[in-house]
Write a protein of this length. Sequence first.
Length: 365
Amino acid sequence: MIVGSIKEDLSLEKRVSITPETAKNIINLGLKICIEHNYATHIGIQDEEYKNAGVEIKNSSKEVLDSCDLLIKVNCPSNEEISNLKDKTILIGMLNPSKNQSKFKEILKKNINIFSLELLPRITRAQSMDVLSSQANLAGYRAVIESIYEFEKAIPMMMTAAGTVPAAKVLVIGAGVAGLQAIATAKRLGAIVSATDVRAASKEQVESLGGKFLTVECSENLETKGGYAKEAGEDFKKKQAQMLEKAAKNSDIIICTALIPGKPAPRIINEKMIDNMKQGSVIFDLAVIQGGNVAYSEVDKTVVKKGVKIIGIGNVMNKLPITASSLYAKNIFSFIRNLYSKEKKQFFINIEDEIIKETLIKEKN
């Protein structure tokens, strides 16, 4: 059985799905690998390194698609790639079916198996495959770094002979994986950090990292069974807006990470809050690609409103593609290891396996 991977559209995506390290692990399962020529040269990994790991290099993406039994992607394939997928191929990636509906109409016409790894269940056995968590960790870290770059003041408190420089105040909205990493990063850099989340269970996690937890009284249960946030009612939203209006006014940097699975990102920072912020403040909208948590935010732009910079990087993973690729490739290997039967020497789609059941979008006929 052959595992294949082709180059992503580098104008949109710099991550790769296989590294030389994970290639060795996949081959040790008893599988073969082929990749496209110059597959990862843009992140400094030469074809020779893959060859040394036992990978076959093909001259084109078409050759890879013609050869492989399982295709690994970061993002959803292009229309041309979809048309070139051979019968009974297995396709794995962060395919985002809700966002790529037109492409999925074409993919679903094909006689292939499709696994979208954003749909992994939140169970212990799936943790090593959890692409959302591994990438969100990096996103939270990078959001702070990018914000600090745009913030034209020092972050930690400094006591000098010329006087004291006060510590910057950072507000993190959403205390999931990305938010918690943003809190930890900002705290390590010396900021005074506060955070808020609709899930009351987040309070302990925020405080364990040295942050102050901001919340409003609420009788609603705003956490799903899977541990994700769900949309709040109007009463909660009103109280939250009042609390955030005061918090935003006192903040130097705001990191927004709030997402609701399967729905557009909730609008949390409104125009009035931005108008009342200090000039020179920075807001980073990690949810911009899903519609944004912040008024005025635009994909791949830094918008300035009344002296406040609003950063909207569509794919923040492109800011650290080497580390992001390393983690993603390890997630992919763990998923393949669960999917492949060494005894049968084939991929085994066990629908009784919760991991397979939840990520399988369509099984071949």
